[in-house]
Design a binder for this molecule. Structure first.
Ligand code: FMN
Length: 187
C-alpha cells in the first residue's frame, strides 16, 4: 500500500489522539487512518513501506497490554505476530507517551521496546529526537544521548506537545515520503 501506516498502542486514548494529529499533519493523501494495534495483523503492518508506530508506557516501564491492565489488549498481545517477521527495507519512526514526573525513572521506556524489536527485524529506524527540555531522570528510550523517537508527555508538558509533533513530523516526512514513492514506482 503506497501510504504511511500509523499504528498505536493505548489505554486511555492519548497515543491514539497523537496518531490522529500526526496523520493530519502528514496529510490524508499520504497517511493511512491510524489503527489500534489491538485490531491490526502483521500483514497490515507489512503492507506499508513506511510506518509510524506509537506506544504508551505502562507497568514497570512496559508496553501496554493485558498484563499491564490494558483491558482491550495492546502491543503485548501483538508481539507473537512479530516472530520471524522481516522489516528490512521498511522505514519506521517511533513515538512514545509517558509521564516524566510520576515515572521519571522509566520515562517512555515502552518506546525502547519497540525500537529494539523493529531494529532487530531489520527496519530502518528514523526520527531520533533531542532530550533537551525534558525533566525525567532515566529513560531506556535514550540511546547515544538521544530519544530513539519522539517522546511526548501530554500530562506534564502538554503545552509542548503540538510543537514537538509539528517539528518531528517535518523532520521525518521526507524519509517517509521517499519510502512511499520508491514503492509506488513501477519496477
Ligand atoms: C499504571 C500506570 C503505569 C504507568 N507507567 C509509566 C511508566 O513506566 N513510564 C512512563 O513514562 N509513563 C507511565 N505511565 C504514564 C502513561 O504512559 C501516560 O499517562 C500516557 O500518556 C498514557 O497514554 P494513553 O492515554 O495512550 O494510554 C503510566 C501510567 C499508569 C496509569
Amino acid at each position: 500500500m503506497s501510504q504511511i501506516g500509523i499504528f498505536f498502542g493505548t489505554d486511555t486514548g492519548t497515543t491514539r489522539l497523537m496518531g490522529k494529529k500526526m496523520a493530519k499533519l502528514l496529510g490524508d493523501d499520504i497517511a493511512a487512518k491510524p489503527l489500534n494495534i489491538n485490531r491490526a495483523s502483521i500483514d497490515d503492518l507489512l503492507s506499508y513501506p513506511a510506518l509510524i508506530l506509537g506506544t504508551a508506557t505502562y507497568g514497570e516501564g512496559r508496553l501496554p497490554g493485558l498484563e499491564t491492565n490494558v483491558r482491550n489488549g495492546s502491543w503485548l498481545e501483538f508481539l507473537p505476530q512479530l516472530e520471524g517477521a522481516d522489516f528490512s527495507g521498511k522505514v519506521v519512526a517511533l513515538y512514545g507517551l509517558g509521564n516524566q514526573v510520576k515515572y521519571g525513572e522509566r520515562y517512555a521506556d515502552g518506546m525502547f521496546e519497540l525500537y529494539q524489536l523493529f531494529k532487530g527485524m531489520g527496519a530502518t529506524i528514523i526520527g531520533d529526537w533531542s532530550t533537551e527540555g525534558y525533566t525525567y531522570q532515566q529513560s531506556k528510550a535514550v540511546v547515544d544521548g538521544r530519544f530513539v523517537g519522539l517522546a511526548l508527555d501530554h500530562k506534564t508538558q502538554g503545552l509542548l506537545t503540538e510543537g514537538r509533533m509539528r517539528d518531528w513530523i517535518a523532520q521525518i516526512k521526507p524519509a517517509l515520503v521517499a519510502a512511499v514513492e520508491a514503492q509506488a514506482e513501477p519496477a
